[in-house]
Design a protein around this ligand. Sequence first.
Ligand SMILES: Nc1ncnc2c1ncn2[C@@H]1O[C@H](COP(=O)(O)OP(=O)(O)OP(=O)(O)O)[C@@H](O)[C@H]1O
Ligand SMILES: [Mg+2]
Length: 307
Amino acid sequence: MDADAARGRVLLEESRESVVVLDADDRVVAASRRARQSVAGLVEGKQLPEGLLSGEAGVVPLIVPYDMNGRRERLVYLTSGGDLAAYEELRTGFTAAVSHELRTPLARLLSLLDTATLPGEDVLELVDRARAEVEQIRELIDEVLFLSELESGTRVVALGAVPVRQELETVVAELEERASRAGVALVVEGDPSLELAIRPRMIRVVAQNLAENAIRYAGPGATFTLAVERDGDAIVLRGTDDGVGVEEAQLTRLFERFFRADRARASRGTGLGLAIVKHVVTQAGGTIEALGGLGAGVEIRATFPAA
Ligand SMILES: Nc1ncnc2c1ncn2[C@@H]1O[C@H](COP(=O)(O)OP(=O)(O)OP(=O)(O)O)[C@@H](O)[C@H]1O
Ligand SMILES: [Mg+2]
């Protein structure tokens, strides 16, 4: 196989769509992994299963004919209509939400700059506030990029097992100063030998988001505990605080993108942290839940099959 053909093969194989190449007699020349996994009866060298091209069985094929050294071939995307619509909706919704979230700090930035040109204003203070707005915009952009990196399938899972507790300690050490300024105590618990098959960076992303939330929202006097523990066959990674908590009805919504429990609170969050945490946990084969209630603190529990 020459380099071009090999590259074409990899591109097709790794496509995130169900896509196949057909020859002039509707025989499957090649298929993406996704297509082989999701289309019953698909075999390379054999005829494409009945009905797929005619749009039956909920599949809306997108057909791209081309010429290959005089041979007629077709590239056929076998995406079901529902999938595509749901995906499009998700994407449009997300783009709209990101734009909205960017507009708010940008509007404040603009008004700060306008004020700075007026005579007698404290320009240094305005510059400081403008800097804070820019920081927030940068944070949002970083989070959106990280989330899309995760969604495009960046590896979350480690090849081997990773001891969890030492990552939790790294995160806590980095946040200690901010926590003490907020009056929140940070504690790490757990057997140092407990391991998970998640990349160390991803363990830190999870731990850091949970700890930052406690520092930001739990309130002075609260204690936040990051723990790794065994629960039957599973390993649980949890962040628990005894702070102000959120209303019980909002617990399941915490993982939604851009959700903030109390918009009136002078919180500076973008509402993406827990959506990212959920992504990391589910991509690593785990499940996640939020417990607690108003005045009863928040506990975020991620449960993984033992490594
Ligand atoms: N420990 C907690 N105590 C009270 N409320 C919390 C706690 N953790 C999260 N929340 C609420 O859940 C919301 C969503 O949290 P999430 O981490 O997803 O976003 P964020 O902190 O607002 O922004 P980001 O993490 O993207 O900077 C927060 O805005 C806050 O209202
Ligand atoms: Mg957060």
